[in-house]
Design a protein around this ligand. Structure first.
Ligand code: KG4
Ligand code: ZN
Length: 363
């Protein structure tokens, strides 16, 4: 079996997979409690927390499945992109285990993990597919042609999609992560009344932009006297306890309208991409892929355009180690890893996929 470790951001994650890709277990220890009050991740706190959480989680997983170090055939680890301190903890740990076990260490690009994550729940998915990776740090529209064969069609030129959710939530006084809170409140708004501007509308590009939208939402929040500055951030549960009044409905309207425009942005980009490629399989992956509104928009689009739409189960959308193990296995099975060089492996805040440039001419 293969052991996979993921610590690129705020989640310590460990998974065990059989060599055929079957996930034996995938466990996550979330640091949300530690960071939520700050409205975002505090990198220094994240790396320190990994240092204590990761060994405990690992021991728990190995014990629960009666796994010994000698049972491992390989160790997979996210080496990039992410918070460098957090990555260093995972890489150091994985390096030590692979050294002691005498098995290869397979470094994985976190974004490739997200890109291949739909396979975890949909073994019927086949290449090529058009996928949007939408997470807290990245928004990449990619054609996956085969393992390791990726073409970037568009990416964000400023904020990431998840970042937009987090920032809007924070302006309204909600804790990190913003996506799940926004999703729940948006579900309470049946008739959103605001049409926020769709960034890059009418431009012949498959890129994304969210910073102008964020400003438009901010202005609306200020206009409605809903802006929260440096107050203690609250959870969705606290919001539920608010009295049913004009303010609560006004906030629901802003959130519902924001959710609506995010769905419009994503579906319009896919529609635009269909002009460049007639690929039949489409997918969304990464933390934002957990969003029901966006998935519903894409489901409807897929039916209309006769595409097959794939998305990972919620636990495989957000950061997890199963996707890292699955990705590593593809390389392991091809014999594509350097057994002798693994001691030199370093962490990196940027990755090859994260830095890909759009190569095709936009039409
Ligand atoms: O992939 P991920 O777990 O970590 C990164 O690689 O960044 O994504 C985290 C991001 C956060 O910005 C979070 O607010 C967003 O995914 N997210 C969501 C939802 N669940 C998580 N965004 C929208 N709707 C959700 N249900
Ligand atoms: Zn991620």
């Amino acid at each position: 079996m293969i052991l996979a470790i993921e610590t690129s951001c705020d989640d310590s994650a460990v998974a065990l997979l059989d060599m055929d890709g079957t996930v034996i277990t995938s466990k996550i220890s979330s640091q949300i409690r530690l960071h939520e009050k700050y409205g975002g991740i505090v990198p220094e706190l994240a790396s320190r927390q990994h240092l204590t959480t990761l060994p405990i989680l690992l021991r728990h997983v190995m014990k629960e499945h009666s796994v010994n170090i000698s049972d491992l055939k390989a160790v997979a680890v996210t080496y990039a992109p992410g918070l460098i301190g957090s990555l260093l903890v995972g890489v150091s740990y994985a390096k030590s285990i692979s050294w002691i076990a005498g098995v290869p260490l397979i470094p994985v690009d976190h974004l490739e993990g997200h890109l291949l994550a739909p396979f975890l729940d949909h073994p019927d998915l086949s290449f090529p597919y058009l996928a949007l990776i939408a997470s807290g740090g990245h928004t990449h529209l990619i054609v996956a042609k085969g393992f390791g064969e990726y073409q970037l069609l568009g990416k964000t030129i400023d904020d990431a999609a998840g970042e937009a959710y987090d920032k809007v939530a924070k302006m309204l006084g909600f804790k990190y992560p913003g996506g799940p809170v926004i999703e729940k409140i948006a579900a309470e708004c049946t008739q959103p009344t605001i049409q926020f501007p769709i960034p890059l509308k009418g431009k012949k590009t498959l890129n994304f932009s969210f910073s102008g939208l964020k400003t438009a939402v901010r202005n609306e929040i200020i206009k409605r006297d809903l802006y929260v500055e440096k107050k203690e951030l609250i959870s969705y549960n606290s919001f539920q306890k608010w009295p049913e009044d004009k303010k609560k409905n006004s906030l629901r309207d802003v959130v519902g309208s924001f959710q609506k425009v995010m769905t419009q942005i994503v579906t319009q980009r896919f529609q635009e991409a269909f002009k460049q490629t007639d690929i039949k399989n489409i997918a969304i992956t990464g933390g934002v892929a957990a969003n029901t509104g966006i998935k519903q928009g894409l489901k409807e689009l897929a039916v209309k355009r006769k595409k097959k739409f794939y998305f990972p189960d919620t636990q495989n959308c957000t950061d997890n180690a199963a996707m890292i193990g699955y990705t590593a296995l593809q390389y392991f099975n091809q014999g594509d890893f350097s057994e002798n060089n693994f001691l030199r492996l370093n962490a990196a805040s940027k990755s090859p996929i994260g830095q890909m440039e759009v190569k095709i001419t936009q039409t």
